[in-house]
Design a protein around this ligand. Structure first.
Ligand SMILES: Nc1ncnc2c1ncn2[C@@H]1O[C@H](COP(=O)(O)OP(=O)(O)OP(=O)(O)O)[C@@H](O)[C@H]1O
Ligand SMILES: [Mg+2]
Length: 477
């Protein structure tokens, strides 16, 4: 039986929120849209995509323990006795459920968008806020037309703090998403030429990110990066929308939440900050100047949400990189250990430079080995933006650079010959030469866009840890 204290939605509540019809009553404690990841007592929402209709998986979801489902029609094999709520449109129903969830909580809600650093910032916010109240945050990068309403629909009634990642690939996409989230704090981490593919220029990206301000609650706060070249542009948007409370963060001397001084270390940074004029010292548990800036943005948003900034600042020492965003592993190799930096989740020129700077600042006994895959969605500037990394690669002290993908091939060719490692068409084809190259004391940095599938190389390197260090897996010599 479902524990009523864990009840998230009753079938009656779902019907009221969505205008649907209950066939048989049920109580759900979670929400899922993928039948493969359904947990016991979840509500399964059968979304219909252009290539996939989840109505085919309703029976499997119920079999897997789902308490009930939202459907647009009764799937074959199920009858009037099934635990279903029948609606006109399941996507609209998920959104309606999300809005109902939002309206029944008394939470302070923070929405985060930006070209880079959304998930990192969202996870750090959730980490800091969880120590101060019941906190609900987006899973992974659930930031799109299904990720946002799904995250809302999953929000427990007793939530004190909600943290939502909002993303976009085209102009106009953020408006309906932030209208569902109704944040009291809206933050833009930064505006960069990431995903330039669908935009004329960077100002188009800035305008699209500024859409997050349209959903801000009356009296709410916009949090902006003072170091970003689009700051004034975004400020203009906020003013035109009549938003009075604007808080800036960054290294800039005039930022409201700024770093007075900082010391970058191999495994984190010590920061002295000024929070609206008040001095505060704290440690950030992830290395890199970009994380100093992320931390300042986190504190600015936390202050704007009315939470305790000092407690949040103290908690920043305990954050770690999100999965695939700079996680480090010490792994065995013949004759000793090497360090793997797994930054394989994503890449664009900004995050690539941030990662290279961290590699360059690390004390390294062996060599610095880079394994780089294409940064995708950069439009026609792609090749130029790859070749443009050559000075950063050299400045990071890279000894050997392995590349995969046609764009990274252009970077490979632009490097000094003694630093060039192998190039291969795909990450799978590169694995063996990377495995052969690694020696004790090396630092191996793996990064590329998700579509470049650099995770395969990370997995292969980790597999080394499970074999005899004297005969590393995949070694063919
Ligand atoms: N402020 C920052 N500046 C530059 N790089 C950053 C910053 N914050 C995080 N990164 C790096 O950028 C990469 C992507 O970070 P993250 O996943 O947080 O971004 P995102 O905006 O959520 O991306 P996505 O659009 O894929 O959801 C990671 O390698 C991360 O370490
Ligand atoms: Mg993300």
């Amino acid at each position: 039986m479902t524990d009523q204290s864990l009840a998230l939605w009753t079938a009656t509540e779902i019907a009221a929120a969505t205008g649907g019809r209950v066939l048989t009553d049920f109580v759900a404690s979670g929400v899922a849209i993928d039948s493969r990841t359904v947990a016991p007592d979840d509500l399964f929402v059968a979304l219909e995509g252009p290539n996939n209709d989840a109505h085919r998986f309703v029976a499997a979801a119920l079999q897997a323990g789902a308490a009930g489902a939202i459907v647009a029609r009764i799937p074959e094999g199920l009858g009037e006795a099934a635990p279903l709520v029948v609606v006109a449109d399941t996507q609209a129903a998920l959104e309606a459920l999300g809005r109902a969830a939002r309206h029944r909580v008394g939470a302070k809600v923070i929405a985060v968008t930006g070209s880079v650093g959304k998930t990192s910032t969202k996870d750090a916010l959730a980490h800091c806020l969880a120590l101060q109240g019941a906190t609900h945050a987006s899973a992974a990068s659930y930031n799109n037309l299904w990720g946002v309403p799904l995250t809302l629909a999953r929000m427990p009634q007793d939530t004190d703090f909600g943290v939502f990642e909002i993303g976009m690939n085209h102009a106009g996409e953020i408006v309906p998403l932030v209208a569902q989230v109704e944040p009291q704090v809206a933050m833009i981490t930064t505006v960069e030429a990431a995903h330039l593919g669908n935009f004329r220029d960077e100002s188009g990206i800035a305008d699209a990110k500024a859409e997050i301000m349209t959903g801000l609650q009356p009296g709410g706060t916009v949090v902006l990066n003072r170091d970003n070249r689009w700051f004034d542009h975004l400020l203009g948007h906020a003013r035109r929308l009549g938003i009075a409370r604007i808080v800036s963060f960054g290294l800039d001397a005039v930022a409201d939440v700024r770093a007075v001084s900082y010391e970058l270390q191999a495994d984190g940074s010590d920061v002295e900050a000024s929070i609206h004029g008040r001095r505060l010292r704290f440690r950030v548990g992830v290395a890199g100047l970009h994380w100093v800036r992320n931390a300042l943005g986190v504190l600015a948003a936390i202050e704007a949400a009315g939470a305790d900034v000092d407690r949040a600042a103290a908690a920043l020492a305990g954050i770690g990189p999100s999965k695939g965003r700079g996680q480090r592993f010490t792994l065995p190799v013949a004759g000793g250990d090497f360090t793997l930096i797994d930054d394989s989740y994503n890449a664009n020129p900004v995050s690539m430079r941030a990662g290279l700077a961290v590699v360059g600042a690390l004390p390294v006994k062996g060599r610095r080995i880079l394994v780089l895959g294409d940064m995708l969605e950069l439009g026609e500037d792609g090749e130029r933006l790859h070749v443009g990394l050559a000075p950063d690669v050299v400045a990071a002290g890279a000894d050997l650079v392995y590349t995969t993908g046609p764009l990274m091939q252009a970077l490979n060719r632009a490097l000094p010959p003694e630093r060039r490692g192998d190039h291969a068409a795909t990450s799978a084809d590169l694995v063996d030469s990377v495995l052969r190259a690694i020696g004790p004391g090396d630092v191996v940095f793996v990064k590329g866009s998700l579509g470049s599938r650099m995770g395969r190389i990370v997995d292969a390197l980790k597999a080394l840890a499970h074999t005899d260090p004297n005969t590393p897996a995949g070694r063919k010599d």
